[in-house]
Design a protein around this ligand. Structure first.
Ligand code: ADP
Ligand code: MG
Length: 251
């Protein structure tokens, strides 16, 4: 469903040149949640922006349902639901208006848009505040609206960029339920986060990104076998060559 091949992005020129994403390749199947993990600056957001077509790749390509972002950007965009921690809010609109507005952006026919709005509003329990201005919503209510909004056009692919950033435990549980729901619907999902511990319970397969490069990939079982480490945090430290601060004699 999602295919990324040798995807590369460089920023800056000359001595300031930085390869933010370096020949990145991986695939995500329908119903699968792929965790693209790495510290701040690893290249996660840059990767998603290239898949979405917001940023042109310097090399390689991304494909969604067989459509290449560089060749058919509109075909790709309409097949993706995008959730970002920094998603804008529309203080003067009501959640219902936001849902219908996004349905319109995605060219969902009006009747179908109303059906989808009702369906996602029910799924994410937006009904009690569906007609309130967004300015009056709590953080949790806004987050549920953002998650619902990304599904309004029923896309086969979901990209979630640090969706748990700034959330408390209850907020994070909503993401857990959301991931289960979209995977059960057969969507292919990429979730990025720098919180490796949290990713463990959200995704089926993981790619560990370090300085724009995929340093290891697999299910938790595969990664454990390959690295001899138990958790994602330890694996990452080992693969990135970061010495364990608690180990003796490393200084
Ligand atoms: N528009 C840009 N211009 C220059 N450098 C950028 C730009 N966007 C991202 N970068 C750099 O690319 C690297 C990867 O950034 P990003 O993809 O945002 O990382 P992540 O999302 O994993 O935290 C960082 O070093 C960042 O500073
Ligand atoms: Mg980022």
């Amino acid at each position: 469903m999602i295919r990324i091949h040798a995807l590369t992005k460089r920023f800056g020129v000359g001595r300031d040149e930085l390869t933010a994403v370096d020949r990145l390749s991986f695939t995500v199947a329908p119903g699968e949640a792929y965790g693209l993990l790495g510290p701040n600056g690893a290249g996660k957001t840059t990767t998603l922006r290239m898949v979405l077509g917001l940023l042109a790749a310097d090399d390689g390509f991304a494909e969604v349902a067989g459509f290449r972002t560089s060749d058919t950007p509109d075909e790709v965009k309409r097949r993706i639901g995008f959730v970002s921690a920094s998603a804008g809010v529309y203080p003067w609109l009501t959640p219902r208006e936001v849902l219908l507005y996004f349905a319109d952006l995605y060219e969902v026919p009006p009747r179908r848009a109303r059906e989808r709005a009702e369906s996602v509003a029910s799924l994410f329990r937006l009904e009690p505040f569906l007609h309130q201005r967004c300015a009056t919503l709590s953080t949790g209510q806004r987050q549920r609206l953002n998650l619902a909004r990304a599904l309004i056009h029923d896309p086969p692919v979901m990209l979630l960029d640090e969706p748990t950033r700034g959330l408390d435990v209850i907020g994070s549980q909503i993401i857990v339920d959301y991931m289960r729901h979209v995977c059960a619907e057969g969507k292919a999902v990429i979730l990025t986060t720098h919180r490796l511990d949290e990713a463990q319970r959200l995704c089926h397969r993981f790619g560990l990104l370090h300085h724009g490069r995929l340093v290891q990939e697999g299910t938790l079982t595969e990664l454990r076998a390959a690295t001899g480490c138990d958790g994602l945090v330890d694996m990452f430290m080992k693969l990135a060559g970061i010495p364990d601060p608690l180990a003796n004699g490393s200084a």
